[in-house]
Design a protein. Structure first.
Lengths: 320, 254
């Protein structure tokens, strides 16, 4: 009988059922983690100094909720400015015109090179530098004169500081996304008669999104927390509201817990949003083509821990 | 004799100090199929990319359908064309790439309808009907909703041919369309190209498929080191080459 002969087996071959390798180390590690977790939770629940009643009392306090609204508003506006500015700066950075790409480089260098808190304080105090802001023809007559003090409120200073800073970081993220798209894509689009701008908008940017979205999600989550810096320039955000309350009742820890709970609730919501965005822009790529809901994926992950022989991502890479 | 579809006279192209094309002169008549052969680095692909102005030529004259590529002649001065004018001219020339370059985030159908809808402003229903017809013609009537990653190389390249045809080009450029394919899949792509040639499309094909060149080409051009070494009918160039360089190349590939 030749070794290359193909034999037909009747029906489906049986799956291998082997006794798994014993892993005592895993059990020891799991036990340590469990003991630690239980003792931490026990101490948090039983330590009377946490005063969970106070936390519950202030969780839905009107001032806290108003602060939360300002925090979310700041995050949304600053990120919107950051993303749009980042796209413009990234496209400028890739321009063949050295003045345009140099200007973009200079912007990114400056805004990434100085702390965002310093930038916030700078915008807050900009009226000392430019008491009047005029709109008009450069070096020519001006049509509108505005007082910087009325124009730059703490809120606009916060938006400017956070948004302009974010633009520099987003520019690098978008640029990384754009150069991750193979040049052949632009060749193909241009050979079909699309202009440079159409090619960028219709072909390159949508593909770059797959690379851009995950770090942008990071940036948004980071921004949500960075907005807490604006309490330094008297914008009534979530942290500022908590500070205002504990400066009167001295329940410092409890109000910081209240603020933290809201921050973590918001970032959790952003996690879910990021998952669905990534799935949308991952269309057509085998690694991004995972189907099913977020909950389903988490459930599969948990179940796969119980069956260590199987892949943790049974849905990964499957084709329709 | 009718006006040539493509006419090149002394076309030079440099990348920095590297001279890739050193004076290419050739003509392609409407309905003609021309195969460009030659060793890698001989400038075949670069010449193809010059024809639809993906690369700018440094000197010489290159025109498609009687109009200069990338320039307008006013008196004896050349004016560069605006971006939108270049794009409009490119839209009349189809190009098929070695690595397919399908848009991976679009289905086969969207790949084919994308340019007609965006560039030609064709109505979606009309573009889709035409795309279905084209995909059926290249033998993929049941792959409309597949993403490129779900198709074999040969299927992807046939979608790419359909995508180029959707713009109703007057000239098709093929840049080594079968070089990235498994030998088994080459036949389907060549079949689609042969069919296209049979319908009277003007085609310039950079290829290493000698069988295709012999069977389908009207003219075979052998290029080496940026110049045309030899040009003529397939039987002349492939079976009875005059130049030593052509003979040496053919003895290796045949």
């Amino acid at each position: 009988m030749s070794s290359t002969e193909v034999t037909e087996t009747a029906g489906r071959p049986e799956d291998i059922r082997a006794a798994p390798v014993r892993r005592p180390g895993r059990w020891v590690a799991a036990a340590i983690v469990l003991v630690l977790a239980v003792s931490i939770v026990r101490s948090i629940v039983t330590n009377p100094h946490f005063e969970w009643g106070v936390v519950g009392e202030y969780l839905f306090d009107e001032r806290i909720l108003e602060g939360l609204r300002v925090t979310i508003e700041l995050t949304v506006i600053a990120m919107a400015i950051g993303v749009v500015l980042g796209m413009v700066l990234a496209v400028m950075r890739l321009s063949p015109n050295p003045l345009v790409s140099g200007g973009s480089w200079l912007y990114i260098w400056f805004f990434r090179g100085t702390p965002v808190l310093v930038q916030l304080l700078f915008w807050y105090n900009v009226s000392a530098l430019y008491p009047k802001i005029a709109l008009g023809i450069p070096f020519g007559p001006a049509f509108v004169h505005l007082s910087a003090n009325t124009l730059i409120t703490p809120f606009t200073a916060a938006i400017l500081g956070l948004g302009l800073n974010e633009g520099a970081y987003m520019a690098e993220i978008v640029r990384a996304g754009i150069i991750s798209v193979p040049e052949g894509q632009a060749d193909a689009a241009r050979s079909l008669g699309m202009t440079r701008l159409e090619t960028m908008r219709r072909i390159v940017l949508p593909q770059a999104m797959r690379v851009i979205i995950p770090p942008t999600g990071n940036e948004t989550i980071s921004m949500l927390k960075t907005t807490s810096l604006v309490s330094a320039i008297a914008v009534a955000d979530l942290l500022f509201a908590a500070e205002g309350i504990y400066s009167q009742n001295f329940k410092t820890i409890q109000l910081l817990i209240v603020a933290s709970i809201w921050y973590i609730v918001c970032t959790s919501v952003l996690y879910v949003g990021q998952y669905y965005l990534e799935r949308y822009y991952g269309r057509g790529s085998s690694r991004g083509g995972e189907r099913g809901t977020l909950a389903g994926r988490v459930l599969r992950g948990v179940l796969s821990f119980r069956r260590p022989g199987e892949s943790a991502r049974p849905g990964g890479g499957e084709h329709r | 004799m009718s006006e040539p579809m493509v006419s090149a006279e002394g076309v030079h192209k440099r990348f920095g100090r590297l001279e890739v094309l050193k004076g290419i002169t050739l003509r392609v008549q409407p309905g003609e199929v021309m195969c460009l052969l030659g060793p890698s680095g001989s400038g075949k692909s670069t010449f193809l990319r010059c024809i639809n102005h993906l690369e700018k030529i440094n000197s010489g004259r290159l025109s498609v359908d009687g109009e200069l590529v990338g320039y307008r002649q006013v008196g004896d001065r050349l004016h560069e064309l605006r971006e939108s004018e270049v794009a409009r001219k490119r839209s009349e020339i189809g190009m098929v790439f070695q690595h397919f370059n399908l848009f991976p985030n679009m289905t086969a159908l969207d790949n084919v309808t994308c340019a007609p809808i965006r560039v030609k402003k064709t109505a979606r229903e009309e573009a889709e009907a035409r795309a279905r017809e084209l995909l059926a013609r290249v033998g993929l009537p049941d792959k409309l909703d597949c993403y490129p990653a779900q198709l074999s190389g040969g299927q992807q390249q046939r979608v790419a041919i359909a995508r180029a045809l959707a713009m109703e080009p007057k000239l098709m450029l093929f840049d080594e369309p079968t070089s990235a394919l498994d030998p088994e899949l080459v036949g389907d792509v060549l079949q689609a190209m042969k069919q296209l040639a049979g319908e009277g499309m003007t085609m310039i094909v950079v290829t290493h498929e000698m069988g295709f060149a012999r069977e389908v080409a009207d003219t075979v051009v052998f290029m080496d080191a940026g110049v045309v070494v030899e040009a003529g009918s397939p039987s002349e160039v492939l079976s009875n080459p005059h130049h030593e360089r052509t003979r040496a190349f053919l003895s290796k590939v045949l």
